[in-house]
Design a protein around this ligand. Structure first.
Ligand code: APR
Length: 230
């Protein structure tokens, strides 16, 4: 089977009701990222940061995967599909995708502030200030905050290097190193970009733009990929 690597961003979860970040009405219009999504924010006001992530985690119990997520599961019938997502929601998992790599962490996980190797699935949506790991250190959201390293990039790069074809779905390609993963693609690998709006994508020679929302765009992506590669 040919290898299809899929880079997803907030846009693939938009039709499930989860806000994106940089569009009109996006999350970063309402919140200052430095105040809710940075190590300094956690040091200055852990309660505010914790409340921000508790609210986003709680929303996961009210939303469902959409046809964009489900369409990627369908593609597993035809391709070796590897999802590399910037999203911290669990909608790819709940849709049934088999191979998912989270670049920016996961809302449903927490980790020790004293030993970063201690990572736990959170039971329920609420983390409290005072909840500690087995070594007694405060637990924090298992999220990559602005200014923090992205350890998962080391596992993501080889997936792009070895891809036969790539899909980019619902990301403004504003954030690095995630957006830089496209540079690892083989020169001749096609990129299929699903987004209803224009993005930062500097068109390389073999980019196919599907200017639709993920809910319908992923269906069109599947038709195009099957027609071309099978
Ligand atoms: N279907 C597909 N794409 C959509 C849809 C939709 N229904 N709605 C919006 N989009 C597109 C927008 O046009 C935009 O290009 O999704 C993209 C969302 O961009 P951002 O809000 O910047 O989100 P993202 O690219 O995922 O941000 C990357 O930035 O804040 C950090 O860690 C955070 O992982 C996030 C990273």
């Amino acid at each position: 089977m040919k290898k299809l690597v899929v880079l997803t961003g907030a846009g693939i979860s938009a039709e499930s009701g989860i806000r994106t970040f940089r569009e009109m009405g996006g999350l970063w219009e309402e919140y200052d990222v430095i105040e809710v999504a940075s190590p300094q924010a956690w040091d200055n006001n852990p309660q505010l940061v914790n409340d921000f992530y508790n609210a986003r985690r709680k929303q996961l119990y009210e939303v469902e995967p959409n046809n964009g997520h489900k369409g990627l599961v369908e593609l597993e019938k035809y391709f070796d599909v590897q999802i590399v997502t910037q999203n911290v929601d669990n909608l790819h998992e709940r849709a049934g995708s088999s191979s998912i790599l989270h670049l920016h962490g996961e809302l449903n996980k927490v980790r020790s502030t004293g030993d970063p190797d201690l990572i736990y699935e959170l039971d329920g949506w609420e983390l409290k200030i005072g909840d500690t790991c087995e070594k007694g250190f405060q637990l924090r959201p298992h999220i990559v905050w602005f200014g923090e390293p992205v350890p998962a990039i080391a596992n993501a790069a080889p997936l792009f290097k070895s891809a036969d074809v790539c899909a980019v779905i619902g990301t403004s390609l504003n954030v690095y190193p995630a957006a830089g993963l496209l540079r690892y693609l083989p020169k001749m690998a096609e990129i299929y970009l699903v987004d209803p709006n224009d993005t930062m994508m500097t068109p390389r020679q073999n980019t196919v733009f599907i200017k639709e929302k993920a809910g319908t765009g992923v269906k069109k992506l599947k038709e195009m990929l099957v027609a071309k590669y099978l």
